[in-house]
Design a protein around this ligand. Structure first.
Ligand SMILES: C[S@@+](CC[C@H](N)C(=O)[O-])C[C@H]1O[C@@H](n2cnc3c(N)ncnc32)[C@H](O)[C@@H]1O
Length: 273
């Protein structure tokens, strides 16, 4: 169990799908298609895609129809139950291999023949050390990296509350605590990856991919807000009473017609010739 249950991942998947930056996906597809054109004369190898922290397979569902039809996906996660869910949901529609793997041991992932490494809602959990080791691991193979939906620290509500700024500050501080890879990059993940990848000769593009949530996303908003309680208590700047007052206000506001919430994410695409 990783703490990312399949119900939560299913709930966020449509919002993630809508948020993904389509220009980046388009650029990625063009790149892979041209790579295939170049290598067709010398080899008929399939395109391998390795998805890190695949969960129940949301990245496959978002990308598979746009990527070359012969793409074979290696789906990796340390949560066996999520891998079973991914296999069940993708079924015979995809050429996939699942692999239960603690990605802390990223050097053990065999990238031979992998053209593209993907991840969604994953790198904000990761540390500087992990991201540096990942870049060192993918660069010799020349793999591209598509890292979507990295939380970027922006959270805004159309209906304000006096504690919003303090809550966002504390939430973002908690995002930097250890999520299993050492101190997490949290909102700094995309910028850190971009700098490291550019230093290794990658062409990097960053684009916004925010969630924009309204009353139609009531259940997602409610579960999302529920997830604030523990981090805010752990940071400890706000009292339990203040936290409950803010949560009660935010939950009540979800159904208001003038209420919306923006949660900022960044998508990153890094390509190498
Ligand atoms: C926020 S979820 C995102 C899942 C999926 N990519 C999506 O977009 O729905 C993060 C995923 O990273 C996985 N994960 C976290 N730490 C991991 C580790 N050390 N090794 C492998 N996977 C890990 C979790 O199990 C979870 O599936």
């Amino acid at each position: 169990m990783s703490g990312f249950d399949k119900t939560w991942l299913s709930l966020r998947e449509p919002a993630d799908r809508a948020a993904r930056n389509s220009d980046l996906v388009h650029k990625l597809c063009n790149h892979l298609t041209s790579q295939i054109g170049e290598r067709q004369s010398c080899t008929d190898k399939v395109t391998w895609v390795a998805d890190l922290g695949c969960g129940s397979g949301a990245t496959w569902r978002a990308l598979a129809s746009d990527l070359p039809q012969d793409s074979h996906w290696l789906l990796m996660d340390n949560d066996a139950a999520l891998l079973v869910e991914a296999e069940m949901r993708i079924g015979a529609r995809g050429r996939i291999t699942t692999c239960q793997q603690d990605l802390n041991a990223i050097e053990d992932v065999d990238l031979c023949d992998v053209s593209l490494v993907t991840a969604s809602a994953f790198f904000d959990l990761c540390s500087e050390g992990f991201c540096s080791r990942l870049i060192d691991h993918i660069r010799p193979q020349g793999c591209g990296l598509y890292a979507a939906l990295n939380y970027n620290g922006i959270m805004e509500w159309s209906v304000p509350h006096e504690l919003d700024a303090a809550v966002v500050d504390d939430f973002n501080r908690h995002q930097r605590t250890d999520k299993g890879f050492g101190p997490a990059l949290g909102p700094a993940a995309s910028a850190f990856l971009a700098e490291g990848l550019r230093a290794r000769g990658y062409e990097v593009t960053l684009e916004d991919s925010p969630w924009t949530l309204d009353a139609e996303h009531a259940e997602l908003q409610s579960r999302f807000l529920d997830g604030f309680r523990q981090p805010l208590l752990e940071i400890g700047t706000l009292s339990a009473t203040e936290i409950e007052r803010w949560l009660a206000f935010r939950v009540a506001a979800i159904s208001r017609p003038d209420s919306s919430c923006v949660v900022g994410h960044t998508d990153l695409l890094a390509l190498h010739d």
